[in-house]
Every structure is written in structure tokens, then in C-alpha cells.
Design a protein around this ligand. Sequence first.
Ligand code: CA
Length: 227
Amino acid sequence: MGTILIVEDDKSLNRGISLVFGQDGMNILQAYELKTARELFAASRVDLIILDVGLPDGSGLDFCKAVRASSSVPIIFLTANDMEADIVMGFELGGDDYITKPFSLMVLRARVMAALRRAKAGGDSRVAVGDMIFDFDRMEFSKNGKAMQLTKTEQKLLRKLVANRGSILTREQLMEDLYPNESKFVDENALTVAIGRLRGKLEDDPANPLFIKTVYGLGYICAGTAE
Ligand code: CA
């Protein structure tokens, strides 16, 4: 079923969360501070991280940043009620979702399940397409043997497109995937810009894309069929 790393210094909250997911048959790793979180993450295969922002030995935001240097594992932040800046920062650092304290454990459970489903729908972590190789877990991308740097947004977008090769993805679907629960507030132009950047890196002729094609009035389609 998967392994969840819970990083939360409130011991009873940490325990409550672990009980909920334990009942779902998940493997649970618990950390009450960053030091243990780092050790557990380095030593285990983790499928999702539930991450408090304020921890006794530092900020969960820093841990998120460190994790994102090597992994695209889903991260859900637990944020204090009045900390809008933390939420914004969390998304900028590559967090997938957030939930504001106090929250219902059932709502957290629904958010976690949705994030796990999205990650799974992301498909295989290593995909070869023509002269391109995408390794989403290791965040290594190459074309003709030459490494490419992709931003977190570009990686998410590419993963979704590649997992659905041959099927049209609407702009709404892609926006919701890129900005879960926030898509209504994000300028739709952000998607057009991200697609443009991705084409600039992947296509032989970005002005005449063969890999990520526009379906006018609807969305985009990634050429080929899903393996
Ligand atoms: Ca805390």
C-alpha cells in the first residue's frame, strides 16, 4: 500500500495521523524533528511525506527543499492557521498540497489518498521516448544523451503528459494537476508559458512541436501511446 513519513512535533497529532493511515494498511514512519526525518527519508523508500512547518530543530520548508533536490515524492504540508506565507513558500519549494491546522483527520486522509493517486497516475518513473529519456524519480532528463534541466512545474507537466500519451488532456486537467486546489486562483497563462518552456527544451523545432501538440480550444496531447 505504501509508506508515509509523518514529520510533526505535536506527539498526539503525530500519533493520531499514524493511527488513521495504519488502519489503511500503510507503513508508517514517525519523526518529531527534522534530524529523524532526514535519517528516515535517507534510509527508507517513502511514498508520501506529511510535513509540519514549525519543528523544534528547524523549518519543514527546508526539509522540503532538501527532499526536492533528489526526489519528487508527494509532500503535504501541515500549516498553522495564520501562516499564508508558509503556504506560498511551500508550493514554491515543491510541496504538492497543504492542510491548515486544526483539521479533520478524515480530510487529511482524503488529501493524502488524492496525492497518492496523482503520483500513481504519473505512471512509470523512467520513460524513454525517441531520443529522450525521462527519469522522474531521479529527476534526470536527457535528449540525445545530453542532460536537460527541468523545473519542478515542467517535470509535473511532462509526467502527466507522458503518462497519458495519445490522450487529450484539457487545460483544466493540467491546471488542477499543476496547482491542486489552487488552480482557480492561478493565471491560466501559466500553463501556456510552462508548455512553451517545455517545448523549448524537448522539441527539435519548438515552433512546430511534434511531441507536445496543441489541441485547439481544448488542451494538449502528447504524441504516441502510453507504454
Ligand atoms: Ca509544530
